[in-house]
Ligand binder design. Structure first.
Ligand SMILES: [Zn+2]
Length: 337
């Protein structure tokens, strides 16, 4: 069974008129479950708010306090791209708590994997600063709490943007392997995620960036997962796999220029699910994805693939650029033996 979490609290985060990171995205993501005819394979997972102690494994108490007070006072802009409302604190703490609730439920044996339809997203949030539509780093809070319990955590980030917040939080932490595929190039947000950014002293090799050019297609993603990511994951031997599942690398997305289809998300998700050491150790966090139809189809396709069912509303793509990134990444990994 697949555990699926969503909560009205996440709808109450109001980013203002015309903002791409809007509440309707949640229903669009959940519609993917219906579109892929997965209802019989899905169980609702009750979310909870993360506690301050759990959040403090990533975010300093002063930051949490300031954010909570800013929201309580009515909100406003916290970053050039990010606005919050009164409901945003509750939304953010529930989005961060969803990962912890999923881990608890999976440990009780309630499912093989979990998908969290949450917002605000998290992977740009730094320890002490909101950024890029993100307030709290949802996937990092889950990873940090697992690591504190002695687990080894793979965070695989297939969002089209580099998860600069997650990378920075675990830069010096050898207990978390952070792997990101993202669009890279002049003017691309947030501008981090270079190939040779591999982690700090004592954690070298536990950051793995695959910065792809615009229009990269599914065949290149699969080759990267097979030739670069799979050996690194095997060597790291994670006990949990957390996915920053953004769907904005879809070719219809209005914010980025990547070349993926819903069929590619099925193929990518199948490979990533295989990185989990056993059933019940896989959690997907919704990050980006701003074309609602593409979001529905891509979520449906990826969740169907994880359940070993087939839903491919679009065929896989191939023939785009990016192959040289894989060759360079392989050479760099060879240096780590
Ligand atoms: Zn994104």
């Amino acid at each position: 069974m697949l555990l699926v979490a969503t909560d009205q609290a996440c709808v109450q985060h109001d980013t203002g008129p015309g903002h791409p990171e809007r509440a309707r995205r949640l229903q669009a993501a959940l519609d993917g479950v219906t579109a892929a005819a997965l209802k019989d394979a899905v169980v609702a997972l009750e979310m909870r708010s993360a506690t301050l102690e759990e959040l403090a494994r990533v975010h300093p108490p002063e930051y949490l306090d300031a954010l909570q007070r800013f929201c309580a006072a009515g909100g406003g802009a916290v970053d050039p791209d990010t606005a919050v409302s009164e409901g945003s604190w509750r939304a953010a703490t529930h989005a961060a708590g969803a990962g912890l609730a999923a881990i608890e439920a999976l440990r009780r044996g309630e499912g093989e994997a979990a998908f969290l339809a949450v917002r605000p997203p998290g992977h740009h949030a730094l320890a002490a600063r909101p950024m890029g539509f993100c307030l709290l780093n949802n996937v990092a809070v889950a990873a940090a709490n697992l690591a504190a319990e002695g687990e080894r955590v793979l965070v695989l980030d297939w969002d089209a943007h580099h998860g600069n917040g997650t990378e920075a939080i675990f830069w010096d932490d050898p207990r978390v392997l952070y792997v990101s595929t993202h669009q890279h190039g002049r003017g691309v947000y947030p501008g981090t995620g270079a190939l040779d950014d591999v982690g700090g002293e004592g954690a070298r090799g536990t950051t793995l960036n695959l910065p792809f050019p615009a229009m990269t297609t599914g065949d290149t993603y699969l080759r990267a997962l097979d030739e670069v990511v799979a050996p690194a994951v095997e060597a790291f031997a994670p006990t949990w796999v957390l996915v920053s599942a953004g769907y904005d690398a879809h070719r219809a997305d209005p914010l980025t220029h990547m070349g993926l289809s819903a069929g590619d998300f099925a193929d990518i998700a199948r490979r990533v699910a295989a990185f989990a050491p056993q059933p019940g150790r896989l959690v997907l966090f919704l990050e980006g994805g701003y074309d609602l139809d593409a979001l529905t189809e891509s979520v449906g396709a990826s969740l169907a693939a994880i359940l070993e069912q087939s839903y491919r509303p679009e065929p896989a793509t191939s023939g785009g650029p990016g192959g040289s990134v894989i060759d360079a990444a392989r050479r760099l990994r060879d240096e780590f033996g």
